[in-house]
Design a protein around this ligand. Structure first.
Ligand code: ZN
Ligand code: ZN
Length: 581
């Protein structure tokens, strides 16, 4: 009898569960509908963004930022915000409930940009017509003639584009105005050379070519006129490049989607920096006798560390062997991960190492080109910059930066188990939302976490721990992510001087002056972005340590990594909720 009752209650329970599941399903179906309509409309409102991720339906549309446009955008996002409310508090699948949070955040972010941040009024570099068509001209997604038709439709609106820009610019910063002049001048050759040449060699009729070439010279003239307008601006009392504190804090919350606020992350970064300095001193002190025993040991501990780092940086590959050195390391990294049982790697999606294509020139070092969300089966490329055009001194300085130790860490970060591995996992997720609005701190944080994880597991030694040299150089590398966060917060919120900022980067993070100057410039032109690396890293590392503590003996690192990556490029705070459930 007891047995029967139990059976009965199980049946009843089951039927309840079924009912629940089926209503749940309905919400999921409705949500799927909502989210695909949202994406389609989002592309219509952001045609340039759509083209850049490989969605080419709106290639011929040009966004003309105007007062009218701003009003329309605000009402579009406010409307979406109302529509999405229907799903709050409803039982959705894990993947959809993550997507719901991501879309909601994206809407809030867009409204923040439009209503509060308002960079259209103080950042003139947001307007660059030849810049927006350069990528389309270089892309190989459609025949040249088809791309030219889209480009022609865009540039024929140059006059309207720039006259609206000029009327919206109110109080630009000196830094963004200078950037705009530099970029608009730099990309004029897209009109005057690249586009002109492409039209001439295309199979358009002579009549079409003539109309098109006239449009190009008009557009080019409009852009030159805009440059003159910017040069004539009086910037003596220009707006500061530093964000207002309340804007910075809000931007941080919306762009990072972290479980922590900006101040907490800043404090964690400062604590990590101090920890690293201690470790680095111990290692350098130990290594001194091996490399520099004939020299007097400096009293200043940071100086001592710097000397050892400089000594180790002399070990590097030849400039003509830069690409082949990287190529050789990829299978080594795979071998290590498999032998140490760290992550399941998908061998059907190879990484293609190639020389940096022409249109990417100037982006130093190495980078990953991933297939977009609309081309998941496309190749993933590892673009390696050539040092052929460098002077001997510049090449030497570059190779010291990417020496035998840090070059391996760069490959860990960019390729395996960093960006490339994460991307292969993310592409297995059917959610377009996570691919389109991929969370930067998760993506960067994963790559930064991967560096530490490899060292913890002894990399590059298959048996036994890593070397002191590798740890020291890793710490130097890691200090860059940590100090990016400190720098960004200090510049915008704590308003530190340039002198103090350079001191942080050169003295405390052991960077060369050129690197520090570049970083200062980047931090004055952007905000929050530089915090992605450390924010994501800190949250991922903490989550792993928590799971380790919870699972004790049963904790399995490989399973944990596979699971963590299976959620796609969602914010860590959302993944955290699922993994701790
Ligand atoms: Zn050298
Ligand atoms: Zn990265």
């Amino acid at each position: 009898m007891k047995k029967l009752l139990t059976l009965l209650s199980i049946i009843i329970l089951n039927s309840c569960a079924e009912k629940k599941a089926s209503t749940g399903d309905n919400y999921d179906k409705n949500f799927d509908k909502f989210s695909s309509t949202f994406i389609e409309e989002f592309w219509l409102h952001n045609p340039e963004y759509a083209s850049s991720v490989g969605y080419h339906k709106y290639d011929s549309l040009l966004t003309i930022v105007s007062k009218e446009w701003i009003k329309n955008e605000i009402s579009f996002y406010e409307n979406q915000k109302n529509l999405i409310k229907e799903f709050y508090g409803k039982k959705l699948s894990q993947s959809n409930s993550a997507d719901l949070e991501i879309i909601k955040n994206q809407i809030d972010l867009q409204l923040f940009y439009l209503k509060q941040f308002k960079s259209y009024s103080w950042n003139p570099s947001g307007y660059n017509l030849s810049g927006t068509i350069a990528e389309m001209l270089a892309g190989k997604f459609a025949p040249l003639e088809k791309r030219l038709v889209s480009i022609n439709q865009k540039i024929s609106q140059a006059k309207e584009y720039y006259s609206n820009a000029k009327s919206l610019i109110e109080n630009p910063t000196k830094e963004h105005t200078e950037l705009a002049i530099q970029q608009c001048e730099g990309s004029l050759s897209t009109f005057d050379t690249d586009l002109t040449d492409s039209i001439k060699k295309s199979s358009l009729t002579e009549e079409q070519k003539k109309v098109f070439l006239d449009n190009v010279s008009l557009a080019s003239a409009e852009q030159k006129n805009y440059i003159q307008f910017l040069k004539a601006l009086d910037l003596t009392n220009a707006k500061s490049f530093r964000l207002e504190k309340k804007f910075y804090l809000k931007k941080f919350n919306l762009e990072m989607q972290s479980g922590y606020d900006a101040k907490t992350i800043y404090e964690k970064a400062v604590a990590r920096k101090n920890e690293l300095h201690k470790e680095m001193f111990l290692l350098s002190d130990k290594l001194w006798n091996k490399y520099l025993k004939n020299k007097p040991k400096p009293k200043d501990s940071l100086l001592l560390v710097r000397n050892v780092i400089e000594e180790l940086s002399k070990v590097h590959c030849k400039s003509e062997e830069f690409q082949v050195t990287i190529e050789k390391q990829i299978p080594e990294l795979e071998k290590f991960i498999t032998a140490k049982n760290l992550i399941d790697l998908d061998s059907t999606k190879p990484l293609v190492v190639r020389k940096e294509p022409e249109y990417m020139k100037g982006v130093a070092g190495a980078s990953i080109s991933s297939p977009g969300p609309y081309d998941k089966n496309g190749n993933t490329y590892y673009n390696v910059g050539s040092l052929a055009s460098y002077t001997k001194e510049a090449a030497e300085s570059y190779l010291r930066e990417y020496n035998n130790y840090t070059l391996q860490i760069l490959n860990i970060h960019e390729a395996i188990p960093g960006h490339y591995t994460q991307l292969v996992y993310a592409n297995q997720s059917p959610s377009l939302i996570k691919a389109i609005f991929g969370n930067n701190p998760m993506i960067e944080g994963w790559a930064v976490y991967g560096e530490r994880m490899m060292l913890e597991n002894g990399y590059p030694n298959l048996n036994g721990p890593s070397t002191d040299e590798m740890w020291l150089m890793y710490y130097k590398w890691h200090l860059r992510s940590v100090c990016n966060t400190i720098l960004d917060y200090s510049i915008h919120v704590l308003t530190i001087s340039k002198e103090d900022a350079l001191n942080l980067l050169e003295k405390q993070a052991f960077q060369q002056n050129a690197e520090a100057e570049n970083k200062w410039r980047r931090a004055t032109l952007t905000s929050v972005q530089l915090c992605s690396y450390f924010t994501g890293y800190a949250e991922i590392f903490e989550l792993r340590e928590e799971c380790k503590k919870r699972d004790g003996e049963k904790f399995d690192l490989k399973k944990w990594h596979n699971k963590f990556l299976s959620y796609g490029s969602a914010p860590v705070k959302i993944i955290r909720k699922f993994m701790l459930e």
